[in-house]
Design a protein around this ligand. Structure first.
Ligand SMILES: [Zn+2]
Length: 289
C-alpha cells in the first residue's frame, strides 16, 4: 500500500478489527454486482470507496427519469445511457484506483458461470426472481459467497449465503423457486428512496465483512426492515436438506430438519413470516427496484 492509499483508507486501517491486512484483502478482491439500480447504486458506491480492487457491474438497462429518485449512481444528464456505463463513470470519479468493468447485458447462465468463478463475492442487487435464482445456482456451483438484498414499498431484506461452507443455506433453501409467485417490482409498485440506500449499504457492509473475514456475517439469518416503523426483525433459517439446488454439496454435513430451523422475533408487520420456506409473505416483498 502506498502513502496515498494509507491516507485514503486510514479510517478503515484505524479500526482494530481491520488494520492494513483487511484493507489489503479488499484491494486484492474482485466482486460481481448484479444490477446497477436502487440496491446496486449504494452497494457499488461503498465497494469502490472502500477500495475493493476490481468491481464488475452488470446491468442491461438504461437510465430513465423514474430511476433517479433512488438509483444514486446515475445523474439527470445520463438519461438514456446504459446504467452499467453510467455507474462505471461515477465510481471512477469517486475512486480512480479501483478497476470497474461494465457489463451491459443480462447475464445468461454461461456469463454467470464465468463471472461468478472469477469473483471473490457476489452482490445480488437485481430486480427479478429468475435472475436471483440463476445467480444463486452459479454461486452454489462455484462455492462463492452471495450477499442478497431486496426492497419494495417500505420493506427491506438482507441475508448472506456463504456457499464456501457445506452447512450454509442457499437462497433457494429460503425462497424455493415457484411458478405462482407474485413478482412485485419497484417500477410498478413504488419504493421509499432511502430504503434501497439502507439495504444496499447493509449489503456493502456484509460484503466487506465476508471479504476481510471480520465480524459475523448474516449467514443463516435474514434481516427484515419495516421502514414505516423503522423496526428490524431477524429470521433465522437453516439449510434445507432437500434443496434441489444445494443438497448435493455435502451428503455428510446435512443440517437439522428445516422445520426446527426457522423462527423469528418481533411482529410480522414488515412482511417477514416465521415459516419463510413455505409462505409467500417474504417472497412477495423480496424485490428490489
Ligand atoms: Zn439450498
Amino acid at each position: 500500500m502506498d502513502d496515498q492509499q494509507l491516507l485514503r483508507y486510514a479510517r478503515h486501517i484505524l479500526l482494530d478489527e481491520f488494520g492494513i491486512e483487511a484493507q489489503e484483502r479488499l484491494l486484492a478482491a474482485r466482486v460481481l454486482i448484479v444490477g446497477a439500480g436502487g440496491l446496486g447504486s449504494p452497494a457499488a458506491f461503498y465497494m469502490a470507496s472502500s477500495g475493493v480492487g476490481h468491481i464488475v457491474l452488470a446491468d442491461d438497462d438504461e437510465v430513465d427519469l423514474g430511476n433517479l429518485q433512488r438509483q444514486i449512481l446515475h445523474t439527470s444528464d445520463r438519461i438514456g445511457k446504459f446504467k452499467a456505463e453510467s455507474g462505471k463513470q461515477t465510481l471512477a470519479a469517486l475512486n480512480p484506483e479501483v478497476r470497474v468493468q461494465a457489463l451491459v447485458r443480462r447475464l445468461d447462465d454461461h456469463d454467470l458461470a464465468e463471472q461468478v468463478a472469477a469473483a471473490d463475492l457476489v452482490l445480488d442487487c437485481c430486480d427479478n426472481f429468475a435472475t436471483r435464482h440463476a445467480v444463486n445456482r452459479a454461486c452454489v456451483a462455484q462455492r462463492k459467497p452471495l450477499v442478497s438484498g431486496a426492497a419494495i414499498r417500505f420493506a427491506g431484506q438482507i441475508s448472506v449465503f456463504d456457499l464456501r461452507h457445506d452447512d450454509a443455506p442457499c437462497y433457494h433453501c429460503l425462497f424455493p423457486e415457484a411458478d405462482d409467485v407474485e413478482e412485485l417490482r419497484c417500477a410498478t409498485t413504488g419504493v421509499l428512496a432511502p430504503l434501497v440506500g439502507i439495504v444496499g449499504s447493509t449489503q456493502a457492509a456484509e460484503a466487506i465483512k465476508v471479504l476481510t473475514g471480520i465480524g459475523e456475517p448474516l449467514v443463516g439469518r435474514m434481516l427484515c426492515l419495516d421502514a414505516l416503523t423503522m423496526q428490524w426483525n431477524t429470521i433465522r433459517f437453516k439449510r434445507d436438506p432437500a434443496c434441489p439446488v444445494c443438497a448435493h454439496r455435502s451428503e455428510g454435513h446435512r443440517s437439522a430438519d428445516r422445520s426446527n430451523g426457522c423462527h423469528r422475533s418481533g411482529d410480522r408487520s414488515n412482511g417477514c413470516h416465521p415459516d419463510a420456506q413455505s409462505d409467500a409473505g417474504p417472497i412477495a416483498v423480496s424485490r428490489q427496484s
